[in-house]
Write a protein that binds this ligand. Sequence first.
Ligand code: HEM
Length: 435
Amino acid sequence: MSLPGTDLSGGEPAATGCPIRTESSLVPLSGPRFHTDPHHLYTEMRRDHGPVVAVELVGGIPAWLVIGYRELHQVTSDPELFPRDVALWNQWPNIPDDWPLIPMVGRPMPSIYFTAGAEHRRHVSMVEPALEAVDPFELRRSCEERADRLIDAFCGRGEADLMAEFAEPLPVLALARVLGIPDDEAPELAWTMKTLADGGADAQSAYLRFNELMRRLVAAKQAARQQGLPAEDLTSEMLRHPEPFTDEEYALDLQAVIAAGHLPTADWLVNSLRLMLTDERFAAAFGGGRRSVGQAMNEALWEDTPTQILAGRWATRDTRLADKVIRRGDMLLLGLAAANGDPHVRQHLTDAEPAHSGNSAHFAFSHGEYRCPFPAQQMAEIIARTGIEVLLDRLPDIDLAVPARNLVRRPSPFLRGMTSLPVHFTPVRAVGGTP
Ligand code: HEM
């Protein structure tokens, strides 16, 4: 997740040369194998380079990719040595303004996602209790309603693209409700998120609109508070926090909640559905077997995790990690998907129990001080699970409309989802009454 469009105003980058370049060869972090065949690719990387790999990003920018489970645990457990503090990056002098990965890496700004240390903890102390206050029963109810409305729009057709028409809009509409965004503004928020994810020519204007929607939301909730009309929503809960934050900080934290939550939840939903539609073991789910929905969702977090690679962490001083020398200001990319597949942990897990049967020691939500907040993980589960359950209830004979081998993954080493999920089913009537 990241938010483009603000100025770099953090600390001075370390004036080093390029220590990662002393590695004999940098592995390009690009190419189709990251989305067509990531598991074999990571196996080869592990064999040839070990658990920490020197990689090259677009434009020749070097970084470390941490693919060992143990090493990733070490990095994410040590926020003093490896904070998520992009201001430390020693490559800033080499990064042009239009570098295409800026949206992935981010820039320092006063939000939960782009601050580090005490400042990050200050934001967490306000955002996390507000996420905790979200009523799970109300979230489930509003997801059922929104899922029904989305299905109503295509159920009479007998065919649909479940990515564009269901998995993508559902999380953002559910999150809009959680934040207290009026129903008539939610479709515009959904548009900004889709346009940002597509990354096309409109992405910058979508970002500005997104920012404006969040500022307007904060202003409206502040005004309601002053009139003694506080509402029960996440934004109002954040404003109730005893320590004051600026309206800009509130707006950026709300942006972080939506931007961090929307696409990974859509991808979790669609990756779980893909698994259920292509793997016989999940056939029971289509006859009302709810247990296997949870199993498919957990398996998706291990095998097909929505955030494959996350940027990142930055070293505060020179150090060693596995057999590599890391310099101050080097960027470490978190290889969440690769660590999930590390034979060290897989071997250990399968001895005791199958990796997916309720075991949640995966890295899908990362780990440590900067991990995805626990109440956010719970919200994501409610949204994705409710979406799948409502879909299976309404369209029980749903099936893929193309051979599984023709399904296309999002062409990104960082985020794993589907570009589309075409299905067909027996047409049914809309529950809203329209045929
Ligand atoms: C309702 C849905 C979600 C919300 C509201 C949400 C919110 C957040 C927030 C606020 C952060 C920043 C945490 C911090 O800086 O302290 C974050 C980080 C993160 N989230 Fe989520 N998230 C959601 C769903 C997901 C899903 C479905 C996944 C993947 C399966 C995911 C993976 C991550 C990861 C990998 C990070 C970065 C952690 C790190 O840097 O170590 N999130 N999320």
